[in-house]
Design a protein around this ligand. Sequence first.
Ligand SMILES: *Cc1c(COP(=O)(O)O)cnc(C)c1O
Length: 379
Amino acid sequence: MTIPMNDIAAQLATIRPAIDKRIAAALDHGRFINGPEVGQVEAALAKFCGAGHCVTCANGTDALILSLLALGIGPGDHVICPAFTFVATAEAIAAVGAVPVFADSDPDDFNISVASVGRCLDMLSKAGTPARALIPVDLFGLPARYDQLSKLAEENGIPIICDAAQSFGATRFGQRVGQFGTVTATSFFPSKPLGCFGDGGALFTEDPDLAARLQSLRTHGSGHHKYHHVSVGRNSRLDTIQAAILLEKVAHFQTDIALRNKAAQTYSGLLDGRFRGQKIDGDASSTWAQFAIRFDNQDHRHMAQNALSADGIAHDVHYETPMHRQPAYAGHPTDPAGLGVAEQLSETLLSIPFFPGIQRTSQTRVIDILTQNALGLAA
Ligand SMILES: *Cc1c(COP(=O)(O)O)cnc(C)c1O
């Protein structure tokens, strides 16, 4: 029996009748763009995370791009982000003509290193091109160190755009993602913790003016009516049908988060200190977009990949190549002290099957395979 990375079909099966009903209702009313479900889901999402305003959009990448545009960041501006992330973080910066500046990661929680952000800020100031914004990423569902990062951002007078594509529903200091930074961007790509059945994204902010600018930008920079344009925007709305699907899914999200945490706890218990996972600080909770474990080198990870494949167990590497080594993003400024941790993480992390409701027997089999193969595990 094979064990998949994710099991979206099984999750869908349990809510299928309710989803069918909501899609049928949207087909009946026919308002496929900006239908009533869009406003309803924005209210539900803002309530879920305790944010003042929610603006939905077409996907998580656009959410980042819209944030940058709304904050007036454009050609030649420098924006700090981690080198160890999904490409969309750097891509959004480059897409508005700005320059991504790559910071290193923390070896324990895998998120952007606060010390490295400090070095990047100093380097850019000295070069006469001070950073215009900071985009931390909540990697694998764990919120970044927003207390320390906010202090640095305040000292430098720059906004924080939270890339929360993997972490919607997670918490730090008892607050949900969506309440940190100047603006928070998330994604509803199907495999994210809260996924729709297509592309989708959302933005959260406490600032009503920023929310209004985001609303305008996602609809061609529209002004007081639909053929009046106050800025160069984009076409980036959440489809009514995806909003209808999300309305149903958000009602079950709290349960999903509990199941994700239970599965993470089971893995942690089975690992029993033999493998190093992502360190979750006591003041934080994760939504576990991925469950990644760390090997002591690339060869041992490779042996683990082979052993899992031979047993029909899925696995994946997030992420094989840090941004500064990607052909499209090489040559941008980096932490002057180097990106050693990002490089090490890209060589040693392995994501194993993880989804709400994964069976304990499956989890045991995954860890047994890894243990039996006596691989060099990072202690
Ligand atoms: C998935 C992801 C995005 C982009 O989201 P899409 O909806 O796929 O555009 C951005 N940043 C990170 C860290 C992601 O994992």
